[in-house]
Design a binder for this molecule. Structure first.
Ligand code: SF4
Length: 452
């Protein structure tokens, strides 16, 4: 939520309408913020560099963080001061907080002009017309999936995200996503492939397919319907688009890591050996309370099958510490499974209840100090594992796809998604073979091997 200090500067005075979109949260949100920008452009707005220059300010929100509503409302309050100098400025909230809290936001924030939920973004242009006419608008109803704007609005980036699954049907007891994003919906494979072709033509070389449960792709009501392709097949189709060099996906659900997906990961050269696969807890009792739909043994079975087929896979996982009822013994099971898994990286969060979720009824009984201490123990364990992984890479040869470059250096990620800095310049979008020479402060450094 950090912003630089607000100064009221006014607009450029050139008659051009400008929009500033501040996006919070995950990569799916970042991607959606980009699509909102495309819609605003279609509606005649140009992008502003900061809120102070904008005629339209959109806070594209995330409900996953603690106190999300309070934080957003205080941000609206802060931005509302811009209206003193420029009363025509419009402020709106989109995204997960908008979907979850709807009309109450408009009641609680006087400076707010509109609230558009995740399921109503397809009607953003109509909402903007009403807002520009002076109405205060709430739209959180059902709506068509928002297809991304075509062409240059997306810009040309080396790496791009493409949403393939919207929403989620899992209803894990701690998670607000099914309430803010709606039911699971898979975009048609042909639409996805067309988008990837456009991105490739604009210079993109790596695509990351996005979904809250991305590997559930292709199911409707739990089953795959006629004519719909599996996620493994979608990977094959996307990987065949030239010149896309790399395909990644996030986030996978362990229940949908079938043998066909493992085979796709192991055999399609463009699909990178990198898999985010949240486990959440090492305790079966807590996994059941979270309603995750698998046991630790089942998770380990899938990981075993994956590693047998693809030994070099970089596995990433998410954990929650301090879920209601988590005992020291439960947490010890989490530490044990993390030690066993030897993850490439790990994301861990302290539990806090989210409105609308089933677990919210359980309160938040684990003291903050205990949660904090457990989180630190978990992260410390992972730091030692990650350091060992990095050291093991010294001397190895890795391909990077150059995403940034400057005088005498270039940087990109390896196929297993580790950042690696090369000690010389290289063209953006090039694949470069690098010999890893050292690890400094957790970052890999390397020297040129041969250009691919
Ligand atoms: S599968 Fe993921 S997105 Fe869906 S409810 Fe569970 S945690 Fe939330």
């Amino acid at each position: 939520m950090e912003h630089s200090q607000t100064t009221v500067t006014g607009t450029a005075g050139d008659g051009v309408k400008r929009v500033f979109i501040h996006t919070f949260g995950c990569q799916m949100n970042a991607h959606e913020g980009e699509r909102l920008l495309g819609l605003a452009r279609d509606h005649g707005y140009q992008e502003a560099l900061c809120a102070e220059e904008a005629d339209l300010i959109v806070l594209h929100t995330c409900a996953v963080r603690d106190q999300a509503v309070q934080r957003i409302l205080s941000e609206v309050g802060r931005l509302s001061s811009l209206k003193q100098a420029r009363p025509a400025v419009k402020i709106g909230i989109t995204g997960c907080v908008a979907q979850a809290d709807g009309a109450t936001l408009l009641q609680r924030a006087r400076g707010l002009d509109f609230v558009v939920g995740t399921r109503a973004v397809g009607r953003l242009a109509a909402t903007l017309r009403r807002v520009e006419a002076g109405e205060r608008v709430v739209d959180v109803g059902e709506g068509a999936y928002l297809e991304p704007p075509a062409g240059p609005a997306r810009g040309a980036t080396i790496c791009a995200y493409v949403t393939v699954v919207e929403g989620c049907d899992k209803f894990c007891t701690f998670c607000i996503v099914p309430y803010t994003r709606g039911r699971e919906y898979s975009r048609p494979a042909a639409t996805i492939c067309n988008e990837v072709r456009q991105l490739a033509a604009a210079g993109c070389r790596e695509v990351t397919l996005l979904g809250q449960t991305v590997n559930a792709y292709g199911r409707k009501g739990g089953e795959r319907g006629e004519g719909e392709v599996s996620f493994a097949e979608l990977l094959r189709q996307v990987a065949a688009i030239e010149p896309i060099y790399r395909v990644r996906f996030l986030t996978s659900h362990p229940s949908h890591l079938g043998d066909d997906l493992i085979e796709a990961l192991a055999t399609i050269p463009e699909v990178c050996p990198h898999l985010p696969l949240p486990l959440q807890s090492g305790s079966d009792r807590l996994l059941a309370a979270m309603r995750r739909g698998y046991t630790v043994a089942e998770y380990l079975d899938r990981v075993g099958a994956l590693r047998a087929a693809l030994p070099q896979v970089a596995l990433v996982s998410d954990f929650i510490v301090g879920f209601p009822g988590e005992t020291e013994a439960d947490f010890a099971e989490t530490l044990a499974v993390v030690a066993h898994l030897r993850l490439a990286s790990l994301f861990a969060f302290k539990y806090s209840p989210r409105p609308h979720t089933k677990a919210a009824a359980l309160g938040d009984p684990i003291p903050e100090a205990v949660k904090g201490e457990r989180l630190e123990r978990l992260l410390a364990l992972q730091r030692t594992i990650a350091a060992a992984h990095n050291q093991a890479l010294v001397g190895s040869r890795q391909e990077i796809l150059v995403e940034e470059q400057g005088e005498g250096w270039a940087e990109g990620r390896t196929r297993s998604n580790r950042r690696l800095r090369l000690d010389r310049a290289a063209p953006l979008g090039a694949r470069v073979e690098v010999r890893v020479s050292a690890v400094e402060h957790g970052h890999l450094l390397g020297t040129l091997e041969t250009a691919a």
